[in-house]
Design a protein around this ligand. Structure first.
Ligand code: SF4
Length: 215
């Protein structure tokens, strides 16, 4: 995987198979990455490619959840939104899609919050701030996502199997949760990560699209 950016979940799955000497499964995992690169590369960058990737991830997740009994341990539920208060990265394709959706559907965006959050640092900075400062600008008062159908791949493929209460950084959060990852979905996210012009935090990337003169 030299010189290829991969998601943390993909790297973790790969390294576990490597350490366990499960070479056949490791090669299969790497082949999903090659296939994903081929598929994503065929598409024009931008909002449409983000839609295609989202659709592809949904299919991979659904198939995995149908075929893998272990997925029943996933504890994520509608309205449980602790993961909407941590750092979310988006690609340039996804930022284009979000900006398009905001404009087309007239979704109100709190620009001051976006500006403030765009100054935050990496994961640790987001985790160490109170929830009130880090709530995603698309999170509703009911704990639901205002752009659910077009939410970024980082949100779309993120599931935990540890108790949901452990995800709350103002509650039981102990610095880590147990993640359920779907290899094919991670592979397509890795391909997009490498084939996009830019990746950064959701606030930084969206601000650039909505307020280009001020960034
Ligand atoms: S985009 Fe939606 S799902 Fe993702 S962090 Fe924001 S509110 Fe949560």
């Amino acid at each position: 995987m030299t010189n290829i950016l991969v998601t943390a979940a993909f790297a973790s799955a790969h390294n576990k198979l490597l350490d366990a000497g499960r070479e056949e499964e490791r090669h299969f995992l790497l082949s999903t990455l090659t296939t994903a690169f081929d598929e994503v590369e065929k598409r024009q960058p931008g909002a449409d490619r983000a839609r295609w990737v989202n659709n592809r991830i949904d299919q991979d997740v659904e198939r995995n959840f149908t075929n893998n009994p272990g997925s029943q341990q996933v504890s994520c539920k509608k309205g449980c939104s602790s993961c909407c208060r941590i750092l979310v990265h988006v690609t340039s394709d996804e930022a284009d899609l979000l900006a398009e959706k905001v404009a087309a559907e007239g979704i109100p965006v709190d620009i001051e919050t976006l500006r403030r959050q765009a100054t935050y640092g990496g994961e640790e900075d987001w985790v160490n701030r109170p929830n009130a400062e880090t709530s995603c600008i698309f999170l509703s008062n009911l704990g639901t996502c205002k752009i659910y159908n077009d939410r970024p791949s980082a949100c779309r493929k993120y599931f935990v199997v540890s108790p949901a209460i452990d995800c709350d950084k103002e509650g039981n959060f102990a610095g880590s949760v147990l993640v359920w990852s779907v290899p094919e979905a991670e592979a397509v996210a890795c391909a997009t990560l490498n084939l996009s012009t830019e990746t950064d935090s959701l606030p930084k990337m969206l601000l650039k699209r909505l307020m280009p003169a001020n960034t």
